[in-house]
Design a protein around this ligand. Structure first.
Ligand SMILES: Cc1cc2nc3c(=O)[nH]c(=O)nc-3n(C[C@H](O)[C@H](O)[C@H](O)COP(=O)(O)OP(=O)(O)OC[C@H]3O[C@@H](n4cnc5c(N)ncnc54)[C@H](O)[C@@H]3O)c2cc1C
Length: 479
């Protein structure tokens, strides 16, 4: 298995539990991929993903299996805000991916105005037509430009770093078309998918101590079940053995490993590079998707004026909003009460993210901290002072956010159909789209299919030379 992000690790857990003793090779010095930690201003903080969507149950299910349920924490119920072309306002409570469940609700009208609400209300009158493939096209057609630009674009942009017009519905919201057909309106579909509650802040959860604390528990579970996770081993190539089903030589910077079956759980550009010629190039279009670079700036600062959480748990910034270059700000100490306690009175953690799409050139590391401080002051309505900052970090993710274009889900199916007979399984956000719920569910689904096929082929023992302690150059290899 290649890559020890959440996709690779959760697939490894199931393969190990099935008795297949997987070997996971990870280039970085630590497992977890985008789920990782750093220390800023003396606080251990998430450096990548920091919460999981509760609407997709796969992350919570994994957390339960790992025995971490009692560490799950809900965010503060104060909710998040959006800054749009007309000002700033709290995000509507009842919404799915920014699509309002009740277009005439007061909190929706506060963002899109009465004309926007009237246009959005037309959704109820429009017939449900065949599949719209881009999220943007669907929302614009049914609810109009204001819902798209002031609600859906900032929310979807915050998650996918992409314009909704280039996002594949079947990947980013696979349940939406069926919900739309059933409810007869987009608002009805949003209500259905969000659940009746719609409390602000109730759509995500995390772990006390940070989401990154999931990773050591997951690695320990993989190891306890008979798998091996080796970090600091970069995979550099795959060579197919002579027959279609004879297996692979996995080349790494630490030697070569024979493998009967290879599961790739890598960022899209790396999988693209490693994909052997044996797989017809015409069938690998799913890997040609653009990737959006993102820079995260974390500021830890002492400023009691922020105790009042002036923008709730944070604020999303619409493309057309004038002013700040950041696309989102998370007020982490306002969002997570456990973090506020750990930080202590008057100390705050702000996380700003930059990057709205593939190909964007982001500001350099030298500029970002000052830019982020100015943006944070403007977004929070509280001018912030450089002298109050006690810690700053800039983290860049250049290839971790693939942009699933319309047609992506079909391209993934074509790639998988071509790869499986050759002994290759491809998982991860490159296939499933961004988000832990999607990535974990997809990886575990692919692992289940692989277990079924290997068991049917009588391959349960084929890794007899591998197992704990095995490594490149001297080990067997499975899954
Ligand atoms: C900044 C940021 C914030 C996010 N926040 C959230 C959030 O709050 N909630 C949420 O649900 N989702 C969030 N996401 C999305 C989510 O984190 C990802 O979709 C998910 O973690 C991807 O998991 P993965 O295993 O597919 O990929 P990755 O985590 O990217 O793992 C791939 C692994 O492959 C390794 N690798 C790369 N090249 C090689 C090689 N040649 N050989 C061996 N190993 C290699 C990498 O080092 C890495 O460990 C965020 C994403 C980003 C970028």
């Amino acid at each position: 298995m290649l890559g020890a992000g959440l996709a690779g690790l959760s697939a490894a857990l199931d393969l190990a539990r099935a008795g297949l003793r997987p070997l996971v090779l990870e280039a970085a010095a630590r497992a977890g991929g985008v789920v990782c930690a750093h220390t800023v201003g003396g606080l251990d903080l998430d450096a990548g993903a920091e919460s999981f969507a509760v609407a997709r149950p796969a992350t919570a299910a994994l957390i339960d299996e790992l025995g971490l349920t009692d560490r799950v924490r809900q965010p503060s119920p104060v909710g998040a805000w959006v800054r749009h072309a007309g000002g700033a306002a709290p995000l509507p409570a009842l919404a799915f991916l920014g699509i309002p469940g009740r277009p005439f609700a007061a909190d929706v009208r506060r963002v899109i105005g009465l004309p926007g609400a009237l246009r959005a209300g037309a959704d109820r009158l429009l017939p449900v037509r065949g599949p719209d493939r881009s999220l943007g096209a669907l929302v614009r057609t049914r609810m109009g430009r204001r819902v798209l630009e002031r609600l859906v674009e900032p929310v979807a942009g915050g998650v996918y770093a992409a314009d909704p017009d280039v996002l594949d519905i079947a990947t980013v919201a696979p349940a939406l078309p069926a919900a739309l057909a059933e409810a007869g309106s987009l608002a009805g579909a949003a209500r259905q998918l969000r659940g009746a509650g719609g409390r602000p802040g109730s759509a995500v959860a995390s772990l006390e101590g940070g989401l990154h604390t999931l990773v050591p528990a997951l690695v320990a579970a993989v190891t306890a079940a008979g798998g091996t996770v080796r970090t600091g081993v970069r995979v550099t190539g795959l060579t197919g053995l002579s027959g279609l089903t004879d297996g692979w030589q996995v080349h790494t910077d630490a030697g070569t490993v024979p493998a009967r079956h290879v599961l790739l759980a890598l960022p899209a550009p790396v999988t693209r590079e490693l994909m052997p010629d044996r797989i017809d190039h015409a069938l690998t279009a799913a890997l040609d998707q653009p990737v959006a670079p993102v820079a995260l700036v974390t500021l830890v600062l002492d400023d009691e004026r922020l105790d009042a959480a002036p923008r709730g748990t944070g604020i999303l910034v619409a493309r057309r909003a004038r002013g700040p270059g950041a696309k989102a700000l998370t007020h982490a100490t306002a969002k997570w009460p456990w973090l506020a306690r750990a930080a202590g009175p008057g100390r705050h953690v702000l996380r700003l993210s930059y990057g709205r799409g593939a190909g964007e050139v982001l500001p350099g590391d030298a500029e970002l901290p000052a830019l982020a401080l100015a943006d944070a002051g403007e977004l929070l309505g509280v001018p912030l002072r450089p002298g109050d900052v006690v810690g700053t970090a800039v983290v860049r993710w250049d290839s971790a956010l693939p942009v699933p274009r319309p047609g992506h889900a079909a391209a993934v199916a074509a790639l998988r159909a071509a790869a499986a007979p050759a002994g290759l399984t491809v998982v991860g956000s490159a296939m499933a789209g961004t988000g832990l719920g999607a990535v974990i569910a997809d990886a575990r689904g692919q692992a289940a299919a692989l277990i079924a096929s290997l068991t049917a082929a009588g391959c349960g023992q084929f890794n007899a030379t591998g197992g704990p302690g095995a490594g490149p150059g001297r080990a067997g290899w499975s899954a």
